[in-house]
Design a protein around this ligand. Structure first.
Ligand SMILES: Cc1cc2nc3c(=O)[nH]c(=O)nc-3n(C[C@H](O)[C@H](O)[C@H](O)COP(=O)(O)OP(=O)(O)OC[C@H]3O[C@@H](n4cnc5c(N)ncnc54)[C@H](O)[C@@H]3O)c2cc1C
Length: 284
């Protein structure tokens, strides 16, 4: 095990590079996997919204680590949970890892969500695999006695493996699916827009909204929330190289008071969570 200092906005944060034992690997939906890892150092420090950078293979190819949000951290057991979708070579290799195997894990990395204060009204919106960092967030909200309006969307019913878990935390998620197999037939942002406009539904304007999901979903959500002046935090998922701010591959545009009106920030160290109002959504 080794520890390294990763720089987060001038502060040096401690991250750990460890060999983590795979405790569980389970297929929970089409191309969707749940993984449990023994990683006490990382589990102890992790906060919702942070991520780990995983070496999926000891071979030279694929060389780069792959980033995954922390789906849950159990500090008592020293365990980390991940929920991931197989999309390419790296995640395909990862899905073959068996219990008993060790994987090199670097984390916790990045800046997590800023949690609300007690009594604040909160909304949580997740799309597809974007549910991953939000489950850890909801766990913390539940532990702090904070209730939340939860909106979860996916392509189809089987792509929503976390519903019962979210329910068992005391939340009653509103659900949408693209194919109508569960909940509202359509996109989650369409359901949210309908609820916001429906005078029969007492839509309580939240003090803070939290979101993660595919870019088109986040863009529509940004349009809805900005129009209502609802502050929000988004976890952005950009292609990532080093994970610690040394390469430029995960740059994203953030509004700034300079000539250009924006500057580039690294999703790995300045994010992955950003204030939604500060993201340049036109080009996101
Ligand atoms: C901070 C962060 C947290 C993430 N958390 C999760 C998570 O909890 N669960 C999860 O399933 N995925 C998560 N991702 C995305 C995940 O890292 C990628 O899906 C993975 O790296 C793809 O690796 P691969 O080798 O299988 O695919 P590649 O062969 O590298 O790519 C295959 C396809 O996936 C697309 N892709 C690759 N990386 C990304 C990315 N970062 N975002 C969007 N599309 C991508 C490529 O464009 C390509 O079409 C996260 C990404 C970031 C940056």
């Amino acid at each position: 095990m080794g520890s390294i200092g990763t720089s987060v906005k001038g502060r040096v944060e401690l991250s750990f590079l460890i060999d983590a034992l795979v405790i569980k690997q389970e297929r929970v939906g089409p191309g969707l996997y749940f993984m449990e890892l023994q990683a006490p150092e990382i589990a102890r420090k992790a906060v919702p919204g942070q991520f780990v950078h995983m070496q999926v293979s000891r071979e030279l190819e694929p060389l780069l680590r792959r980033p995954f949000s922390i789906y849950n951290a159990d500090q008592d057991k020293g365990r980390l949970e991940l929920l991931y979708q197989v999309v390419g070579k790296g995640t395909e290799i990862l899905s073959k890892a068996a219990p008993g195997q060790n994987l090199s894990v670097l984390g916790p990395l990045g800046r997590g969500f800023v949690l609300p204060e007690k009594g604040q009204k909160v909304m949580v919106v997740g799309g597809g695999i974007g549910i991953a960092p939000l489950v850890f967030l909801l766990k913390e909200l539940a532990a702090g006695g904070i209730s939340a309006e939860v909106y979860l969307g996916a392509r189809t019913k089987t792509c929503l493996p976390s519903l019962s878990q979210v329910g068992s935390m005391g939340f009653q998620p509103k659900v949408a699916s693209d194919d109508g197999t569960i909940g509202y037939h359509g996109q989650i942002t369409a359901l949210l827009e309908r609820d916001m406009a429906d005078t029969a539904i007492a839509f309580l304007k939240p003090d803070m909204a939290y979101a993660c999901g595919p870019k088109p979903m986040l863009k529509s959500l940004a349009r809805l929330l900005l129009a209502k002046h609802i502050p929000f935090q988004v976890s952005l998922e950009e292609h990532m190289g080093c994970g610690v701010g040394a390469c430029l591959s995960c740059a994203c545009k953030i509004k700034a008071n300079n000539q250009e009106g924006y500057l580039y920030r690294h999703v790995c160290v300045n994010g992955p969570v950003f204030p939604g109002e500060e993201v340049v959504w036109d080009e996101a």
